[in-house]
Design a protein around this ligand. Structure first.
Ligand code: GCU
Length: 674
């Protein structure tokens, strides 16, 4: 059944002409060696070619005409490729000849590189690419490309919209169901090389012997696919698990506890990746409870994993209930002074924006501001604030926008991508994480189209220069069909979908106006929550005269956390990009937008545009009915219906609320809220 389980690895039968092309380029598979990784690569090639062509290519010892030849310097000493440029995980794919016979060479320094190369070749095969005259080299610039699961030990998933956790803690470590292997295949196919198994709001139990054994069992499944396991840890675990009196990072007994715990984990998982830590954030304990800094805490843990080659990912998502300052400024205020104080196996993990995974935020001011500290990106693949499981809101454009954003930290061209790939400041420890959208739903991600966000995250983590459009094209071709009559309209739907959500939820730089707790649906009127910075009214500050958060010098001065060229530009409404206008400025409802509209009329037009876009997506999708299998067609059709209704809900509720504040009429032609 086309229930989405196979993700973008469907390997559906190709039409006769294409099947012939693929067959001629995969007459046999030559892959000397016997590692589990190599077997994963050849299994995948065989399964895929058999699926697309009907014939499973045999494994053969020597390159024959039309063979796929997988080789490392160990199995083929003089490969016609600059091997050094490929690094440990990269690969080359080259149409070449061996003893006069045409072959497709996939070359890498390691079997993991061969696996990545095999997946790349399969992507070409699936998307209708020309398979002659290939000359490809690819190596990731970012070292750690991780999923962060917010999975709890009780099987629930925080902000998960695809069912319960895929980790079956009850039956691990003995039973390792086939889904774990499919998970590893999917991740390896897009270059993801690590996974943090449990929620950042961690329970101490994840570090007990039974859970270490369960994590070790998963690590065994993932290892052949080049995927390492990491754990989130709770700061007070030494107190909770072993009755220590304190969790003060300067207390020798605390440091000794963590060292012993690290030793215990590495005995079970020799290639364990390290720890992810949410400390002193949203009620989680941390070193500040003992008047120590984030660096003190991170460095103590870093020392524990250092002898084993492990790392600490220390999150910068912090804001405190007793800090009256603009929430958007607090992470920078806490972390910027610590630049240069972190141990060399610590990397600070920063969300893409300063508030919280909104439909749009300016890039986080810490990017570019801590040159002596490796920073890793945290994106949210699961769509807490973008429609959760049903709305079609492709995140590729969001990822691209953030990665391309210029921090100006070292002059023009200091993009966020260069901060996190280490090239701007010369860091070797580099990383990018995506909060996973995976659960036990048959389609893994809560909807077919949400799979594209997982896919795009992996592809863009591997190559930050890829465009969201190119990635969407690959995904659509692999997921539905390489037929341009499918790919073109599907990609067109996807590419504008995130902007549509911005339009119907948070136009012109608004943020965090979602309903409380679940963050689903509108709630701009909410003002009664205990912590002021949880209330939507805190973010939009609408009153009879105007709307928006003044983050210039007359307000919170968050603009001064950005490099001077940006701080200057964003200090004035006229030179602030309109997409971020109300993020940085409180403006009168009568403020003139570039379109000539007043701010109020312009806002209404944005809401309307968002709703109209969803209606357009419905029309596009309906026209695809003859070209898409019934099951996946029906899911998307139904979800678009939900999205259309809810976009309208967002629009109407937002407009009605803001009208109750500003008492302004609707612009000509706009429909009254229903
Ligand atoms: C958001 C989200 C929480 C999550 C937190 C985090 O606030 O709503 O569920 O725990 O981010 O990233 O730590």
């Amino acid at each position: 059944a086309e229930d989405g389980y196979d993700l973008w690895l469907r390997y559906a039968p190709a039409d006769a002409a294409r099947a012939d092309v693929i067959s001629r380029h995969a007459t046999a598979i030559v892959a000397p060696g016997d590692s589990a990784t190599l077997k994963a690569a050849t299994d995948e090639l065989q399964r895929a070619v058999a699926g697309m062509t009907g014939t499973k290519p045999a494994l053969s010892a020597a390159p024959s005409s039309g063979a796929l030849w997988l080789a490392t310097p160990k199995t083929a000493p003089s490969l016609p490729v600059k091997m050094q440029a490929l690094g440990p995980e990269g690969y080359a794919i080259r149409s070449t000849q061996v003893e006069g016979k045409p072959v497709t060479l996939i070359a890498a320094n390691s079997d993991i590189g061969l696996l990545h190369g095999a997946y790349h070749w399969l992507r070409l095969a699936q998307t209708g690419a020309n398979l002659d005259a290939l000359d490809i080299m690819s190596a990731p610039k970012i070292g750690l490309r991780l999923l962060n699961h917010w999975d709890n030990l009780n099987g629930t998933v925080e902000r998960g919209y695809a069912g319960q956790s895929i980790w079956d803690w009850w039956r691990l470590p003995d039973y390792k169901g086939p889904r774990y292997t499919d998970y590893a295949r999917a991740n390896a196919s897009i270059g993801i090389n690590g996974t943090v198994l449990n929620n950042v709001n961690a329970k101490a139990d994840s570090l007990t012997a039974p859970y270490i054994a369960k994590a070790a069992a998963l690590a065994d499944v993932f290892r052949p696919y080049g995927i390492k396991v990491y754990l989130s840890v709770k700061w007070t675990a030494p107190m909770e698990l072993d009755g220590l009196k304190t969790a003060d990072p300067m207390d020798p007994a605390v440091a000794a506890w963590w060292k012993a715990k690290a030793d215990e984990i590495y005995r079970a998982i020799p290639d364990f990746g390290g720890f992810l830590v949410k400390a002193n954030s949203e009620g989680q304990p941390g070193p500040q409870d003992y008047k120590r800094t984030h660096a003190d805490g991170a460095n103590m843990l870093a020392a524990a994993v250092k002898p084993h080659g492990g790392i600490i990912m220390w999150r910068a998502f912090v804001y405190a209930h007793d800090n009256p300052d603009d929430r958007a400024k607090q992470a920078y205020s806490d972390f910027k002074p610590l630049d240069g104080q972190f141990a060399d196996n610590v990397i600070v993990q920063v969300k893409n924006g300063a508030i919280d995974f909104q439909p749009r935020e300016p890039f986080h001011p810490l990017f570019g501001a801590m040159p002596k500290t490796p920073l890793m990106m945290e994106f949210q693949i699961t769509k807490e604030y973008l429609g959760q499981s049903t709305h079609l809101t492709y995140l590729g454009p969001l990822f691209q926008e953030v990665l391309e954003a210029d921090t100006y930290a070292k002059g023009k061209g200091s993009t966020v991508a260069k901060v996190i790939d280490g090239s701007l400041d010369g860091h070797r420890l580099t990383g990018i994480a995506g909060v996973a959208n995976i659960g036990v739903d048959r389609d893994w991600s809560g909807s077919i189209f949400n799979q594209a966000d997982w896919y795009a995250f992996g592809r863009m983590a591997w190559d930050t220069g890829l465009s969201a459009d190119a990635v969407a094209r690959e995904w659509a071709a692999m997921t539905f069909s390489p037929d341009p009559r499918v790919v073109d309209p599907v990609v067109a739907m996807m590419m504008g979908s995130r902007e549509a959500a911005v339009d119907y939820m948070t136009p012109l730089g608004l943020a965090h106006v979602m309903a409380t707790g679940h963050h689903y649906g509108p709630g701009p009127w909410i003002s009664n929550l205990a912590r002021p910075e949880w209330n939507p009214v805190y973010y939009h500050k609408a009153d009879a005269a105007g709307i928006g958060f003044d983050r210039t010098r007359t307000g919170s001065d968050a603009v001064s956390q950005y490099a001077p060229p940006l701080a200057r530009r964003w200090a004035k409404p006229a030179t602030t990009p309109e997409q971020d206008l109300l993020w940085f400025h409180h403006l009168p409802w009568t403020y003139r937008l570039k379109s000539g509209d007043t701010l109020w009329d312009g806002m209404v037009h944005h809401y309307d545009r968002g709703v109209a876009y969803v209606a357009d997506m419905q029309r596009s999708w309906d026209s695809l009915r003859p070209l898409i299998d019934a099951e996946r067609f029906a899911q998307t059709e139904a979800f678009l219906r939900i999205q259309r209704r809810e976009a309208q809900w967002w629009r109407d509720a937002s407009i009605a609320y803001f009208q109750s504040v500003n008492r302004l009429p609707l612009p000509a032609g706009a429909a009254a809220p229903e």
